[in-house]
Write a protein that binds this ligand. Structure first.
Ligand code: HMG
Ligand code: MG
Length: 284
C-alpha cells in the first residue's frame, strides 16, 4: 500500500551548481540534466538568469537550455530576479520561471540588492508578463527560519511574503531553509503560519542540510500535509550570499526516505545514484 504521491523538485543543476567554485563547462551541465531527465522528474530547475557578476557559475544558462535533450513530461525551470531575467529565460526556452523573495531584509539586501518591498516591485511585471502567456511562475521564500544576517525569522514574516507571492499569481510557494537552521519544531511553527494563508497543496519544502536535519524537517512537513520537496542530486549546493549554507538535501537520500515511508515519487533510485556520482565529480 502506498501513502500516495510525493514529488521531488530537482534543483541541483541550479541551486546546486550555482555555488560551485570550479567553472563548470556547459557541456557537463547538459550531461547532468540529461541524466536527471531520465529519472522521472516532472520539474527540473536547471538555469538562472541573474547577473553573471553576482553568480558567474550561472552564466551560459541559455546554452544549457539549448543543449539539453528535453524529455517528455518534464518542465525545465529557470530562476529570474527581474523582468530582464524573465525575458531572457523565456527567449532561452524555459518552461517555467521562479522568482525569489526573502522573509528577512538582511538576506534580501545581500542576495538581490533590494529590500523586500523593492523586490516585489521587480516581481510585479514578471507576473504580469507571465499571465499573458500562461507561463507558470513559482515563488521562493528564503530564510524561513533563520537569516545569516538578521538572525531568527518570525513565522508571521514568512507567511506575509508567501501570501503576497501567492496572491500575485505564483502557482506554488517553495519555503527555503536557506542555511539549514530549521528544526522539526521551528519548521512546524513556520508551516502552521504559512498554511493559514496559502493552501498546503501549494507549498513546497526547500531544505538545506547544513546541520543534517533536512530529512527530519521533511518528516515534520509531511505530517503537516506538504507533498512537494526540493532537493539537489548529490547534495550539491549552497547559496553564494548565505555564508554557511551547505548543500540542499540530497535527492537520492530524500527519494530513498520517502519510498521507505511508503510514498510514491515516480523516481528511479538507480538513475539518481548514478547522477549523484556525476554531480559529485563535477565539484571543484
Ligand atoms: P544590482 O547590481 O542591484 O542591479 O543587481 P543592476 O540593475 O544595477 O544590475 C547590475 C548589473 O547586472 C548590470 O550590469 C545589469 O545589466 C546586470 P553592468 O551594467 O554592471 O554590466 N543585470 C543582469 N544581467 C543578467 N541577467 C539579469 C540582470 N539584471 C541585471 N537578469 C541583481 C541586482 C538582482 C541583478 C543581482 O543582485 C543578482 O543578479 N542577484 C542574484 C543573486 C542570486 O542569484 N543568488 C542565488 C539565488 S537565490 C537562492 O539560491 C535561494 C533559493 O535557493 C531558496 C533558498 O534556498 O532559500 C532560491
Ligand atoms: Mg536554496
Amino acid at each position: 500500500m502506498t501513502l500516495g504521491r510525493c514529488e521531488i523538485f530537482e534543483v541541483g543543476p541550479r541551486d546546486g551548481l550555482q555555488n560551485e567554485a570550479r567553472e563548470i563547462p556547459v557541456a557537463e551541465k547538459v550531461v547532468l540534466v540529461d541524466r536527471l531527465s531520465a529519472a522521472g522528474f516532472a520539474r527540473i530547475e536547471c538555469a538562472s538568469f541573474v547577473s553573471p557578476k553576482w553568480v558567474p557559475q550561472m552564466a551560459g544558462s541559455d546554452q544549457v537550455l539549448a543543449g539539453i535533450t528535453r524529455a517528455e513530461g518534464v518542465r525545465y525551470a529557470a530562476l529570474t530576479p527581474n523582468l530582464r531575467g524573465y525575458e531572457d529565460a523565456v527567449a532561452a526556452g524555459a518552461d517555467e520561471i521562479a522568482i525569489f523573495a526573502s522573509a528577512s531584509e538582511g538576506f534580501s539586501r545581500k542576495n538581490i540588492n533590494a529590500s523586500i518591498a523593492e523586490s516585489f516591485e521587480r516581481f510585479a511585471p514578471i507576473l504580469e508578463e507571465a499571465r499573458h502567456v500562461d507561463m507558470p511562475v513559482r515563488g521562493y521564500v528564503s530564510c524561513v527560519v533563520e537569516c545569516p544576517y538578521d538572525g531568527a525569522v518570525a513565522p508571521g514574516a514568512v507567511a506575509a511574503v508567501a501570501d503576497r507571492l501567492f496572491a500575485m499569481g505564483c502557482y506554488e510557494i517553495s519555503l527555503g531553509d536557506t542555511i539549514g537552521a530549521g528544526t522539526p519544531d521551528s519548521i512546524a511553527r513556520m508551516l502552521l503560519a504559512v498554511r493559514d494563508v496559502v493552501p498546503v497543496g501549494r507549498l513546497a519544502g526547500h531544505y538545506h542540510d547544513t546541520n543534517g536535519r533536512a530529512i527530519a524537517n521533511i518528516d515534520a512537513s509531511l505530517s503537516l500535509g506538504l507533498r512537494v520537496f526540493d532537493a539537489a542530486v548529490g547534495g550539491l549546493g549552497g547559496c553564494p550570499y548565505a555564508p554557511g549554507a551547505a548543500g540542499n538535501v540530497a535527492t537520492e537520500a530524500v527519494n530513498a526516505h520517502l519510498t521507505a515511508l511508503g510514498y510514491d515519487t515516480g523516481l528511479d533510485q538507480g538513475i539518481l545514484e548514478d547522477a549523484a556520482g556525476m554531480a559529485r565529480a563535477m565539484r571543484g
